[in-house]
Write a protein that binds this ligand. Structure first.
Ligand code: GDP
Length: 318
């Protein structure tokens, strides 16, 4: 029952735009045929260097000015956008914004995105042992070496916070970090670590799957994918498992600063991002949200925090 209630809360895209809801596929088709061609007018969100720093919180409205023409990202068709609930995408509405380097439309719930405080709380070996105060949480997961610790540190603007979960004995745990004393970032064990014994790898999978299926305060899994290399089978399997089990998921593409085609299997990050989505499309009723990031340049940092804020604020209200 708890799991069902959780899904009901979280399937944002199913609340999209309508009162009497047609099946999702036909909804997408409907948009596709009527609006898609004009959608490219949607401007994208400008990202300033330290827009969400703790020292100088900047209201969201200041982030919403249109970017200079050179910074406008390639257009995304309407059926490939992630439209949060209670959000109207209208071609006549100049305030409609897509977060830069992502397919995520900004909603009225995008506020309080700054991280002003972060602390490690606890490591748990079972879902039942996780903090029980009911605060919403986001779980970061990805293949070993994908850049999870770097991203976590970049999100909280601390150099070594995530090292806590790299300490011996903690790598196989569910590690909770409390943010602003009101929500959690959760670091889950990396998967696909080549030198781990096979039974150990299976154990990790079982353990994280139990967490995904039973953690009622989990708002969304953030699945990290290395965009500097072509899609890996294990990542595709992970994403499709989440899709098949209807676990809300955001794809976070890491290492988007690595642009040398030769070294990276012949493709730019943007191409790997598109390829990955094509490969998992069949497993999702609607397009999952995705964001391109780099822990070197901080690309995507503010966008992730805004996305988390809008998911969280909606979750808290419903
Ligand atoms: P984890 O095992 O997933 O926690 O990965 P780490 O955060 O420890 O990063 C693994 C390696 O990738 C390290 O050498 C990092 O410096 C590098 N790395 C992480 N994020 C980025 C990124 O955004 N861009 C680049 N170029 N390298 C990165």
């Amino acid at each position: 029952m708890a799991v069902l209630a959780h899904f009901q809360k979280l399937h944002f895209s199913t609340f999209l735009l309508t009162r009497a809801q047609p099946p999702l596929s036909s909804l997408s088709r409907q948009f596709n045929s009527t609006l898609c061609s004009k959608l490219y007018r949607l401007p994208t969100l400008i990202r300033s260097q330290s827009a969400l720093s703790a020292a100088e919180p900047i209201p969201v409205t200041q982030l919403l000015e249109p970017p200079p023409p050179s910074e406008t990202q390639s257009p995304i068709s309407l059926d490939k956008l992630f439209i949060p609930p209670e959000t109207q995408v209208s071609l006549d509405d100049p305030t409609t914004r897509v977060l830069r380097g992502s397919n995520i439309v900004l909603s009225k719930y995008a506020r309080d995105a700054q991280v002003v405080q972060a602390e490690f709380v606890k490591s748990s070996v079972r879902t039942e042992d996780c903090p029980s105060d009911g605060s919403p949480e986001f779980a970061l997961v990805g293949r070993s070496n994908v850049g999870k610790s770097s991203l976590l540190n970049s999100l909280v603007r601390r150099k070594k916070l995530a090292l806590t979960s790299k300490k011996p004995g903690k790598t196989q745990c569910i590690n909770h970090f409390r943010i602003n004393e009101s929500w959690f970032l959760v670091d889950l064990p990396g998967y696909g670590y080549a030198s781990a014994p096979h039974e150990c790898r299976t154990d990790w999978a079982k353990f994280t799957k139990d967490y995904f299926l039973n953690r009622s305060t989990l708002v969304s899994v953030f699945l990290l994918i290395d965009a500097s290399i072509p899609a890996k089978k294990i990542d595709l399997e992970y994403a499709s498992w989440l899709g098949q089990n209807q676990i809300p998921m955001t794809l976070v593409f890491t290492k988007c600063d690595k642009r040398k085609k030769k070294k990276n299997g012949g493709k730019h990050p943007e191409e790997n991002v598109n390829d990955f989505q094509e490969l998992i499309r069949g497993y999702f009723q609607t397009t999952p949200p995705w964001i391109m990031t780099s822990s070197i340049t901080n690309q995507g940092r503010d966008e992730i925090l805004l996305h988390m804020a809008q998911l969280r604020n909606y979750w808290l209200k419903h």
